[in-house]
Design a protein around this ligand. Structure first.
Ligand code: DX5
Ligand code: ZN
Length: 220
């Protein structure tokens, strides 16, 4: 079963509550929230108070993707705000095992994300601590970028690693996912697809974008 997680990064920030409700109504499995600090990535988005406001607007799980330095300083705030899954970048912490335990203790599901150039080997020894592995298929920071084709082999390698050592871990991909790339990443082994611009800025609206994505996967 493939899950779709619309990314609010491409939604209308002036109408976040309505956009979150629309994504839920369109059949989103998770709502993907991109937290950027202007340091780990060049862009800045929003923090825990906005996550809490979105939490009040819909009831699907909040898949919260922290693209921030020193994520350990903010785990409790995002957990309190209502994040369901809290995903941190492996590149952002020297003490990843401790950080993952901190997320678990805060009551969230635990995710790790890897930038395109970061090898999978980085997470091999902490697989037992996580629920979700996020393979970035663009450099994080902005919506609307093109899928990096070399990531297909990385997704397939991640699939093999998880099947062997941690089959319960969800394999998520993020960046440049649309009706053309969705079947490619699912064939390679991805099971949660983040999609921002492909759904929120689709010419036929959010419903049209979700429908086209599902149809590309034979789910419609
Ligand atoms: C990029 C973010 C993504 C972004 C994806 O740094 O992590 O979640 O919203 O946008 P699209 O789907 O437009 O590539
Ligand atoms: Zn993201």
């Amino acid at each position: 079963m493939v899950k779709i997680a619309p990314s609010m990064l491409s939604s209308d920030f002036a109408r976040l509550g309505e956009e979150a409700r629309a994504a839920e109504a369109a059949g989103a499995d998770y709502l993907h929230l991109d937290i950027m600090d202007g340091r780990f990535v060049p862009n800045i988005t929003f923090g825990p108070d906005v996550v809490a406001a979105i939490r009040r607007s819909c009831s699907i799980p909040l898949d919260t993707h922290l693209m921030i330095e020193e994520p350990e300083r903010y785990v409790d705030a995002f957990a309190k705000a209502g994040a369901s899954i809290l995903t941190v970048h492996a590149e952002a912490s020297l003490h990843l095992h401790r950080l993952l335990c901190q997320i678990r203790e805060a009551g969230c599901r635990v995710g790790i994300s890897l930038n395109p150039a970061t090898p999978l080997e980085m997470v091999r020894h902490v697989l037992s601590e996580i629920d979700l592995l996020l393979v970035m298929t663009v450099e994080p920071g902005f919506g609307g970028q093109s899928y990096i084709e070399a990531m297909t082999a990385k997704i397939a390698e991640a699939r093999r690693m998880l099947d062997e050592y941690a089959p319960h871990v969800e394999l998520e991909v993020d960046g440049g996912i649309n009706a053309r790339t969705a079947p490619v990443v699912v064939r390679a082994g991805a099971r949660v697809l983040v999609a921002g611009s492909a759904v929120f800025t689709h010419p036929n609206g959010l419903d049209g974008g979700m429908e086209e994505l599902r149809a590309s996967l034979g789910l419609a």
